[in-house]
Design a protein around this ligand. Structure first.
Ligand code: GSH
Length: 231
């Protein structure tokens, strides 16, 4: 259980809560919400409709991807992994930072995401020179087979227990699996399949996936976090 010192509480109580611009189904936003949750942070959550982004998000972060953590003092964190690291450096009750495997995360966010996008939305990539020449589902599967071996050896991707790498990766593997669940379930991934199910059925995942109503200025303030109020 996370406890702030009274000194910290006095200082922080005078500051507005950080704002998290988020989109419930975005895998980047999911990983950020899970790290914030496990770290015991409370933030003001603003659910974003990607087709109708609030001007406040664009003003805070012109690239306007989610998640964005806006400290309302001119500073923002605009990358999901950086939001995770920020939260965990403040409080890391499960030792997730021990699994901050930058190479693995770069492979997931780079090569795996490349194939995932082209497997899910082939029509969007018709202009690419290798369109139709690469079987993106097979390429993604080959990466998953290597990750399956890691899980076989250790239980989770970097250790016996969940760490940052598991939480950073599984929302993307969920997307890959869900695109054709029957096909995915029939593949030979005996360790990764139960690993994925374990994360999907976790209390942590359920905690960060309630339905959120899209935010607009002047609307209701939604607090997000295990304590829901400032300590
Ligand atoms: N590298 C960024 C990527 C975030 C990202 O691309 N999020 C998507 C939603 S899943 C987004 O906001 N896309 C912008 C858009 O669709 O306009 C991060 O890790 O935070």
């Amino acid at each position: 259980m996370w406890v702030r010192s009274s000194q910290t509480r006095m200082t922080e109580s005078t500051r507005p809560l950080p704002v998290l611009y988020s989109f419930r189904r975005c895998p980047y936003a999911m990983r950020a919400r899970m790290a914030l949750w496990i770290a015991g942070e409370t933030v003001e959550l603003r659910e974003v409709k990607l087709a109708d982004k609030p001007p406040e998000l664009i003003a805070a972060s012109p690239k306007a991807t989610v998640p964005v953590l806006d400290f309302r003092d001119g500073s923002v964190i605009e990358e999901s992994i950086a939001v995770m690291r920020w939260a965990l450096h403040r409080n890391d009750p499960e030792g997730w930072l021990e699994g901050d495997d930058t190479e693995l995360i770069a492979e997931a966010d780079g090569t795996f995401k490349h194939h995932l996008d082209r497997y899910k939305y082939p029509n969007r990539y018709e202009d690419e020179p290798d369109h139709g020449k690469v079987d993106h589902r097979a390429e993604g599967l080959a990466i998953l087979a290597r990750w399956d071996e890691r899980i076989a050896a250790q239980g989770q991707l970097c250790a016996e227990r969940r760490t940052l790498a598991d939480i950073a990766l599984f929302p993307f593997i969920r997307q890959f699996a869900n695109h054709d669940r029957a096909w995915f379930d029939a593949q030979d991934l005996p360790h990764l399949q139960p690993w994925l199910n374990g994360h999907l059925e976790s209390e942590l995942f359920a905690s960060i996936m309630p339905k959120f109503t899209p935010w607009k200025a002047g609307g209701e303030t939604v607090l997000f976090g295990p304590e829901k109020t400032v300590a």
